[in-house]
Design a protein around this ligand. Structure first.
Ligand code: SAM
Length: 363
């Protein structure tokens, strides 16, 4: 057991920490209020409307004035809306309008709030799992986690996937333009698959995910986007998606969710064309626990790991997984900030010339 200093609490540090914890309690409650404002159209009702009184906003959005007033006061207290005392009115600053109303902006955050609230709602299941040690699969989360995930990640994929991530892979865009076979594994609601199908009409795509509900949504989204003829969506685990000879296999934000990442990696190895590429995009977690302490992004990642019951891959673990299964790989770059929010590692893996040892488990 580690030895720690058992000195008496320092009153100043205690007070500081209590205030920090109280802020976080407020933030937890605000997740519910942001999701409420998003679902009731309160942010959209305020955006570009100048200063509105609670009754004006309630009338615009078909909601009850009493609740809207309290919601506005809470949002004003957090700096999410501006309050104008002389008129008893509230307005949404342009920056907040982007964050809450512009679905295509990489700064759009309602999906992340929805995902966070969904994770809080899943807390009893996760508490039980911590007693038994059982896993919690993606399919066991509530729909706010699934929907919030798509809403949060799609704008980042829209801004970057075709414009910069695929061009970072050697020769892949040329192949996609000529007509390539692509498998998008763990595709969820299919946001990435649909974007690629729209950009590369000569190519064909198989989107797969083990969660039937997500694939149902993906099929609907592909119909709406007019690319259903170029994508076949299937319900399959990553270790068993169908087809072979793929020029490109992609995994966006999902390798860490898989119960058997080694089985998935071996299946990729067997289904890639000889010179095919496996692209993996993972949240940029640090290698060590101490790399993730007390930085907002590290806090966020560690909390997502615990509430989603997963382990994000730091680069050294990715190395172990890929090389032992039989890939050579390179880290394309670390993408930071809005380009790939809130920070990601992208990897390109190719079949190694010599088969790797098949013994052992890479994790
Ligand atoms: C965080 S979501 C990301 C979804 C999608 N790639 C995206 O970026 O929007 C993780 C996805 O991995 C899928 N998944 C988890 N384990 C899987 C497995 N063993 N085989 C296939 N998909 C899996 C989940 O169902 C979920 O759709």
């Amino acid at each position: 057991m580690a030895t720690i200093d058992q000195a008496l609490p320092d009153p100043d540090k205690l007070e500081q920490f209590v205030f920090r914890a109280l802020e976080e309690v407020g933030a937890t409650l605000n997740a519910a209020l942001v999701v409420m404002g998003d679902r009731l159209g309160l942010y959209r009702g305020l955006a570009g409307a100048g200063a509105l009184t609670p009754s004006e906003l309630a009338a615009r959005t078909g909601t009850a004035e009493r609740y809207v007033r309290e919601w506005l006061n809470a949002q004003a207290a957090g700096g999410y809306v501006d309050y104008h005392p002389a008129e008893g009115a509230y307005s949404l600053p342009p920056e907040q309008a982007v964050v809450f109303c512009d679905e295509d902006s990489p700064a759009y955050l309602p999906g992340l709030f929805q995902n966070a609230l969904g994770s809080v709602l899943d807390s009893p299941r996760i508490t039980d799992a911590a007693r038994t040690g059982a896993g919690v699969g993606w399919h066991q989360h509530n729909h706010h986690v699934h929907d919030g995930c798509e809403r949060f990640f799609r704008p980042g994929y829209s801004a970057n996937l075709v414009a910069s991530w695929l061009p970072a892979l050697d020769g892949v865009v040329e192949r996609l333009q000529r007509g390539a076979r692509v498998a998008d594994v763990g595709c969820g609601h299919g946001a990435s698959t649909i974007l690629m199908a729209q950009a590369f009409p000569e190519s064909t795509f198989v989107g797969s995910d083990y969660h039937a509900g997500s694939i149902e949504t993906a099929r609907r989204r592909a119909e709406q986007a007019g690319v259903a003829d170029r994508i076949r969506f299937e319900v399959e685990p990553a270790a068993a998606y169908t087809g072979e000879g793929y020029d490109l296999v992609t995994m966006f934000d999902c390798l860490h969710d898989m119960g058997d990442p080694v089985g998935a990696a071996r299946h990729v190895l067997g289904t890639l064309a000889p010179d095919g590429t496996w692209m993996i995009v993972e949240p940029a977690a640090g290698d060590r626990v101490e790399d993730n302490l007390f930085v907002p992004q590290g806090d966020l990642y560690r909390r997502v790991e615990e509430t989603h019951v997963l382990r994000l891959y730091p680069p050294d673990e990715m190395d172990a997984l890929l090389t032992r299964v039989g890939f050579t790989w390179e880290r394309l770059r670390r993408y930071d900030g809005f380009e790939l929010r809130p920070g990601w590692h992208a990897y390109a893996a190719k079949k190694a010339a010599r088969p790797a040892s098949t013994c052992g488990n890479a994790r």
